[in-house]
Design a protein around this ligand. Structure first.
Ligand SMILES: Cc1cc2nc3c(=O)[nH]c(=O)nc-3n(C[C@H](O)[C@H](O)[C@H](O)COP(=O)(O)OP(=O)(O)OC[C@H]3O[C@@H](n4cnc5c(N)ncnc54)[C@H](O)[C@@H]3O)c2cc1C
Length: 503
């Protein structure tokens, strides 16, 4: 008899785990609370225009690169279409009235930065060597089977980004520019490990792409593969309880009363949501609950979705990071008077190489406490005070954007917004946190969520296991599925899916 695996949540973590396990012969059922698959891989359409909510661009997707190997192994490479961002500047940082471009590839990146900071060429070489050595030090990121963590990986999980960069580059302005894309990981000064920065820099520097048509194509493609291998994805199934006996978990019960027995349960929801599902089972000790509860979350976000007038706004084939203060750091500490301290502006790629953008998004930070008074209300029914709040913030963001892109506001046909409450409703993330649990150098390994729980047949997957993002989440999937399928077997399969099987 095939072992029954129940996966809670159909975001990237849940779906990709479902693919590997269904391919390995497990009887997979994915339960999703929403009426759509995808979690953060979701888009919405208003007045015929599609908007991306949570996966705007991906990296390392060129043949032979890590993400490409993973999407090959997941069998979705020919089901999605990618559109390459400008290789001479996939990220553009706007600081002090200047624009700084991040170019793809080690040499091009250093060349480009050295044009802005000629006296720092040597330090840029050292910085990039460090980024590469940290990114390559993790066997899960390079997908090269090798047990244990390397000393480099451990060291740079315990040193903060600013501390390391300040040691390598001597020009304080360059140190700020190098963290110009902080919103990609909600990095915090003195807190976020350099390893997080290194993985993100390396990931996008290898190659950067938008997903043509939207990231929901990834979710649909993964669902198809799960189903191809005999698995099923059930929508509108909100898991309410994980049922346990004296030794292990036996199944789950949904809010509609339906129940699903299981040999193995994998939760891709935020660990605090999973704790709630576990109720007061004695299998989970107080100290473990407290440790999970004490972890801090990355900040929440306010998103402004822009619907542009037709053929007015030239498509921007790069991501644009702007700051209304002197530094990319500390944008999470703001008041209404100085909000937004920074934001990330991107266009959606509705077709390959578009000439004009139909839609874009401006993402900035927002704390849960700003919207706390509307907590517990339902999306679309939060009342006029909430609508006024969103309007005020949208107008402030448009004002900021207008300073960087004069005339842009005249080309906006309509806009829509979301707050941390929206993410709580749509994904169950704690406090509307953008990227889940925050990494913190001061907490070391104690600040990380293991894929193993205290219950032998209950595992975590998703962005909180390893890291957020397309690669971070898929690496989490590999860690979790290795536990079930076997590490060597899964790594061999990913390295060469044609010559190896998972079954
Ligand atoms: C605004 C934003 C922008 C981003 N941009 C990028 C980007 O450009 N590039 C990139 O690589 N990454 C980006 N990310 C990160 C990336 O999208 C996520 O890290 C990743 O998609 C997380 O996947 P997940 O499966 O861990 O979680 P989720 O996508 O949150 O999935 C969890 C799923 O569990 C379901 N669920 C929750 N509770 C229950 C329950 N009780 N029962 C059943 N189902 C339940 C939810 O409905 C959801 O579908 C972005 C994220 C955000 C929020």
């Amino acid at each position: 008899m095939r072992k029954k695996v129940i996966i809670i949540g159909s975001g990237l973590g849940g779906l990709s785990s479902g693919v590997f396990l269904a391919k390995a012969g497990y009887d997979v059922t994915i339960l999703e609370q929403s009426s759509r698959v995808g979690g953060c891989l979701q888009c919405f359409t208003r007045k015929g225009v599609k908007f991306e909510t949570g996966m705007h661009f991906i990296g390392s997707a060129e043949k032979g690169q890590t993400l490409n190997n993973l999407i090959n192994a997941l069998e979705i490479n020919d089901k999605i279409q990618l559109s390459r961002l400008n290789t001479d500047g996939y990220d553009v940082i706007s600081l002090w009235g200047n624009k700084y471009k991040f170019a793809n590839g080690r040499e091009a990146f250093i060349e480009q930065m050295a044009e802005y900071f000629p006296h720092q060429r040597q330090n840029l070489e050292s910085y990039w060597t460090l980024v590469e050595s940290v990114a390559n030090s993790s066997s899960v990121h390079t997908l090269q089977f090798n047990k244990g963590k390397s000393a480099t990986e451990i060291e740079y999980q315990m040193r903060s980004i600013d501390e390391v960069i300040d040691n390598v580059v001597t020009d304080p302005q360059l140190a700020e520019v190098l963290v110009g894309n902080l919103p990609l990981y909600a990095g915090e000064k003195g807190k976020t490990p350099f390893s997080t920065h290194a993985f993100i820099m390396d990931f996008y520097n290898q190659s950067s792409f938008r997903i043509v048509g939207g990231s929901d194509y990834i979710a649909k493609a993964l669902q198809e593969v799960v189903e191809k291998y005999g698995g099923q994805v059930c929508l509108r199934k909100k898991v309410d309880k994980i049922v346990c006996n004296n030794t292990h978990a036996t199944g789950v019960v949904c809010t509609d009363g339906s129940s699903y027995p299981a040999d193995i349960i994998i939760s891709s929801t935020h660990p605090l949501r999973t704790l709630e599902m576990l109720g007061d089972t004695p299998l989970i000790r107080h100290a473990y609950r407290q440790r999970l509860k004490s972890m801090t979350q990355t900040i929440g976000g306010f998103a402004l979705y822009l619907h542009f007038k037709e053929d007015k706004v030239p498509y921007m084939n790069y991501n644009y990071y702007a700051y209304t203060q002197e530094s990319p750091w500390n944008c999470e500490s703001y008041t209404w008077d100085n909000w937004p301290k920074g934001y990330l502006y991107m266009h959606f790629c509705h077709e390959p190489s578009p000439k004009f953008a139909k839609a874009g998004v401006v993402l900035s930070y927002m704390k849960m406490e700003d919207v706390k008074q509307w907590e517990g209300t339902e999306t679309g029914k939060r009342g006029s005070s909430y609508e006024d709040f969103k309007k005020r913030h949208a107008e402030r963001l448009i004002e900021s954007l207008e300073k960087e892109f004069p005339g842009i506001s005249e080309n906006i046909a309509a806009y829509y917004t979301s707050t941390p409450l929206t993410y709580v409703d749509y994904t169950g993330t704690e406090d509307g946190s953008i990227y889940g649990i925050a990494k913190d150098v001061s907490k070391g390994a104690g600040g990380r969520v293991s894929h193993r729980t205290r219950i032998p047949n209950l595992l975590f997957t998703g962005q909180n296991v390893n890291s957020h993002g397309m690669l971070g989440t898929l690496v989490g999937t590999v860690i979790t599925c290795s536990e079930i399928i076997g590490e060597q077997k899964l790594y061999d399969y990913i390295a060469n899916p044609l010559d190896n099987t998972l079954g």
